[in-house]
Write a new protein. Structure first.
Length: 470
């Protein structure tokens, strides 16, 4: 939906990311939140699935369902809409959302002009009645018949169009003559180009190497003066890295290891060349000077690929994680949501033929450890204001905006988001609860700077009292 439009009595201004109520008060929405509202308004009354909203508003970005949920909550907050008795946006459980409020475009005077012809004083005026000569006005006016109240007289609403001119034989002959002249000129130009072709640069293929065997995987230096490549040697028995100055006939051999050396790549300053060395038992990345010298091993690919764990907070991503990855990562939330994520993760794993009971399920929650709850909250506000921001933060453009938003965080915003009690029994109880839900790894993030105190306290008084399954 393009341009301004109404949702109920609210005026939506997409270009300004703003909503305006009937009293003229303006409310700002984040750009992504506005895009969600526009997509819902483009199909009023119809259900827009979560998948379509995520795919359209966040294309090519892996985001959780929470981002969408928070966007909908922000729209409802502005509209003062109740999710349980909605007047604007209705939630369709496990499917998506739909806009149930009426929508209409903002009327524009220039697009709704209707020219009214002078009234003809007759009790009844039929459509065949003469209409005054039209003036040159926008051609968007429409025709019709309207009544003037109290007069008993009908008036013709005449379409206003510019006057037309007759196209006679003289004009036709003139245009045909012009076309004939243009065609004759075009033929002359084409024939002259064929008889006198312009010189053109021909592409010439030149070999950089002429050694026997197989050369490949070339890489040019940044100044274009040298080329590094792979050659299996005069005896075609081993793949090594060679370097050659462009325009010369001599190649310099850099490596001579019995394993295959492949994929040379120059450093930005052309001083070094990185390459891959592959053997039947190992694959490593090496670095050496471009003029030759000692090799340095940078990385060796492990024999067993490292496991891939994906953080998720929505049902779609949770199932995809179980199907495609090796473990689940999530953050503390309500039991109902955690059980749903775990169930969808297990469904995805089973679809891929994996045993979910053997796959890591990791959860993280945040604490602010201090001597009193007031000190803990003060510490959280100072060191971790992000934990008190319950709204989407993906559209924050710069650190200054983030700093301004952090100043709006209040103590009540940390409720159920950061554990601030100094009672260690509550810490033990929460960790044990996550373990009992089926999470086999629990990570605790202390948001304060007192990390040594936190580690010592948890090591002595918390972790020894948590019972993990054998």
């Amino acid at each position: 939906m393009q341009g301004k439009f109404f949702i109920g009595s609210w005026l939506v201004k997409p270009a300004m990311n703003a909503l305006e109520d009937e009293k003229g008060a303006s409310f700002h929405l984040e750009p992504k939140v506005m895009q969600v509202l526009i997509l819902l308004a483009s199909t009023p009354g119809e259900v827009v699935t979560k998948e379509r909203l995520l795919r359209t508003v966040w294309p090519g970005i892996f985001v959780s369902d929470d981002v969408l949920t928070r966007s909908i909550s922000e729209i409802r907050r502005v509209f003062s809409d109740d999710s349980k008795a909605p007047q604007f946006i209705q939630t369709i459980p496990k499917v998506g959302y739909r806009l149930i409020a009426p929508t209409q475009r903002e009327p524009e005077d220039e697009k709704n002009m209707t020219a009214i012809a002078p009234v003809v004083a007759t009790p009844t005026l039929k459509r065949e009645a003469l209409v005054p000569e039209p003036e040159l006005l926008p051609a968007t006016a429409s025709a019709g018949i309207s009544s003037i109240p109290g007069s008993g007289v009908n008036a013709v609403l005449a379409p206003i169009r510019p006057p037309t001119r007759s196209f006679g034989l003289r004009q036709l002959a003139l245009w045909l003559a012009i076309l004939a002249v243009v065609a004759a000129i075009a033929i002359i130009v084409i024939r002259s180009r064929k008889s006198n072709p312009e010189p053109s640069d021909a592409l010439i293929t030149l070999p950089f190497t002429s050694e026997p065997g197989s050369q490949g995987q070339p890489a040019f230096s940044s100044d274009g003066k040298e080329i590094a490549f792979v050659w299996n040697g005069p005896s075609s028995d081993n793949m090594d890295i060679y370097v050659k100055m462009i325009g010369t006939s001599t190649s310099v051999r850099l490596t001579s290891n019995p394993d295959d050396d492949l994929a040379p790549a120059w450093s930005p300053d052309d001083r070094y060349i990185a390459f891959i060395r592959r053997s039947p038992t190992e694959c490593s990345i090496f670095l050496m000077p471009a003029i030759g010298g000692a090799e340095r091993k940078l990385y060796t690919l492990p024999s067993t690929p490292p496991p891939i764990y994906v953080a998720t907070s929505g049902p779609i991503q949770a199932k995809r994680t179980g199907r495609m990855c090796d473990g689940l990562i999530t953050v503390g939330a309500a039991d109902e949501k955690l059980k749903m994520l775990k169930t969808r993760f297990e469904e995805g794993a089973q679809e891929a033929g994996k045993d979910p009971s053997t796959m890591p399920k990791i959860i993280q929650f945040k604490v602010s450890l201090a001597g009193t709850e007031e000190a803990a909250i003060e510490q959280a506000i100072k060191e971790w204001p992000n934990g008190g921001m319950s709204f989407p933060k993906g559209d924050i453009r710069n650190p200054e905006d983030f700093e301004a938003m952090a100043k709006l965080v209040r103590p009540e915003h940390y409720k159920n988001r950061v554990l601030t009690t100094p009672n260690l029994d509550e810490h033990i109880k929460l960790i044990q609860h996550f373990v009992d839900l089926g999470f086999n790894e629990v990570y605790v993030h202390n948001v304060g700077r007192n990390q040594a105190e936190f580690v010592e306290t948890y090591g002595k008084h918390v972790l020894p009292n948590v019972k993990f399954p054998d």
